[in-house]
Design a protein around this ligand. Structure first.
Ligand SMILES: NC(=O)c1ccc[n+]([C@@H]2O[C@H](COP(=O)([O-])OP(=O)(O)OC[C@H]3O[C@@H](n4cnc5c(N)ncnc54)[C@H](O)[C@@H]3O)[C@@H](O)[C@H]2O)c1
Length: 442
């Protein structure tokens, strides 16, 4: 049931997070204005064209048709909103420090157009304290509004998992922390009216830290299993077989899988937000740094392995034709941000490989100033390559068919599991038991 107090909402930032939230809210009967600085995106949306895989053109068109959603670049529209959700990017600077400039520029606009009694909810992933330090303080100082009296403020981390067929915006529990009781109450009423489950917490700092714990948990566990993969490879053990057997334990174990590296806008970045803030308290998050180091080195480890398997054919990376299959950072999505495939491309190119990629979800990417396009995947093209590297295990790949036509394969995801061929080598498994280097001491 719709909130009684809130009728008009504004979603600022219509990307992977903001657009699904906007459409979900509009489907529940709220009048939603989506605000984005990208005019191209705004035009596409108003023409019923979704650029986010999790939002169908049909769903978008129906909320446009019934007048419940409109996109705009005009920030003055926020003066009409009873509630505003902020979903702008929170990247890292080159020095791996948080780049909160997107949030700050949204606050610059809020200062111009915010009206009294509005609820503001920050959704962007960020370090504990951001909501109060960057939003509350400036609005209180520059507008002379008092939080809890003239405006209300919450943090509610977005947990959407793009491409996840089971969990979406609607059925993923939503954590919310408010700066005041009344703010929390309003946000719970708003989100509780169209989302399945709300998890209120005692403060914005707790809500901010929840999100960072979740993604640090993933980063650390992936780091652990990547380290296991490197160790297993050296010891002549297949890490995939180890994980599969360990995962049969019905309690106390949760499988994570190794790979060529981590990508996306969350796992590689979010833990760095936490460790950056912790350092201002003279606290050093050793797990975060270690996981970031191990995960960040996986593309180099993968390139090393490509060199090793080419060596089996008396070839070098330099001068070899190499095809990367899957450039998105994970299966069945089109997001290339921080993708380890991009790093593989760069590293192999630097070593003199002649390199192409294929991805049916991502038709091009920028390599410096050069736009690189996917190749068409045919039996003939596959046969041209000295090595095919499966970087992202999209479910539309026919692994039997690839095995039939490729000459040499590095499988970084265990996607060729069950296919028996001496062309296939796996990351995290020995190249050849007979060529195993013996331990240092017997
Ligand atoms: N992508 C994910 O899977 C995911 C999951 C959970 C949380 N998050 C978090 O959600 C936030 C948004 O991520 P995203 O993946 O949706 O990013 P995105 O890049 O897909 O979308 C952000 C949108 O904000 C717009 N924008 C930038 N500055 C703006 C401004 N000043 N005013 C209005 N619009 C502006 C951009 O044009 C873009 O359309 C980030 O903090 C991210 O960490 C992302």
């Amino acid at each position: 049931m719709k909130s009684n107090k809130i009728k008009n909402t504004a979603i600022i930032g219509l990307g992977y997070v903001g657009l699904p939230l906007a459409v979900e809210m509009a489907q529940s009967g709220y009048n939603v204005t989506g605000i984005d600085i990208d005019e191209n995106k705004v035009n596409k949306l108003n023409n019923g064209e979704s650029y986010v895989l999790d939002v169908s053109d049909n769903d978008l068109q129906s909320v446009l048709d019934n007048g419940k959603f409109i996109a705009t670049t005009d920030y003055s529209k926020i003066s009409e909103a009873d509630a505003i959700s902020i979903c702008v990017p929170t990247p890292l600077r080159k020095t791996k420090d948080p780049d909160t400039s997107f949030i700050i520029s949204v606050v610059d606009e809020l200062i111009k157009y915010l009206t009294k009694d509005t609820l503001i909810i920050l959704e962007s992933t960020t370090y504990p304290g951001t909501t109060e330090e960057l939003i509350q303080t400036r609005i209180e100082e520059e507008l002379d509004f008092k939080v809890g009296e003239d405006f209300y403020l919450c943090f509610s981390p977005e947990r959407v998992d793009p491409g996840n067929k089971e969990y979406n915006t609607q059925n993923t529990p939503k954590v919310i922390g408010g700066t005041t009781e009344k703010g929390l109450e309003l946000a719970v009423e708003l989100y509780g009216s169209f989302l399945e489950k709300i998890v209120p917490v005692s403060s914005t700092q707790v809500a901010e830290t929840v999100k960072l714990l979740e993604n640090t948990f993933r980063s650390v566990n992936i780091g652990l299993v990547n380290e296991m993969a490197m160790m297993c490879e050296r010891m002549g053990i297949d890490v995939w077989e180890v994980i599969e057997a360990a995962a049969t334990k019905p309690f106390g174990f949760m499988p994570f899988y190794p790979g060529p590296g981590i990508g996306g806008h969350c796992i590689p970045l979010d833990p760095m937000y936490l460790s950056w803030k912790a350092k201002t308290y003279d606290f050093y998050n050793k797990f975060i740094d270690l996981a970031s180091d191990i995960n960040g080195n996986m593309p180099r480890f993968t390139v090393h392995k490509i060199g090793d398997i080419l060596n089996e054919r008396a070839k070098a990376i330099n001068g070899s034709k190499i095809l990367i299959l899957g450039m998105a950072y994970k299966a069945d999505i089109d997001d290339l941000r921080e993708s380890p495939g991009l790093e593989l491309y760069r590293l192999l190119e630097a070593k003199g490989a002649e390199i192409d990629y294929h991805d049916s979800y991502a038709e091009s990417f920028l390599n410096g100033d050069e736009k690189v396009y996917t190749i068409d995947l045919t039996a003939d093209t596959l046969e041209e390559y000295d090595c095919v590297v499966l970087s992202t295990d999209h479910s539309n790949y026919d692994y039997e068919w690839i095995t039939e036509h490729a000459d040499l394969i590095l499988d970084t995801r265990n996607a060729f599991h069950g296919i028996s061929s001496d062309k296939i080598y796996k990351l995290g498994a020995p190249i050849d038991d007979n060529k195993r280097v013996s331990p240092l001491f017997r």
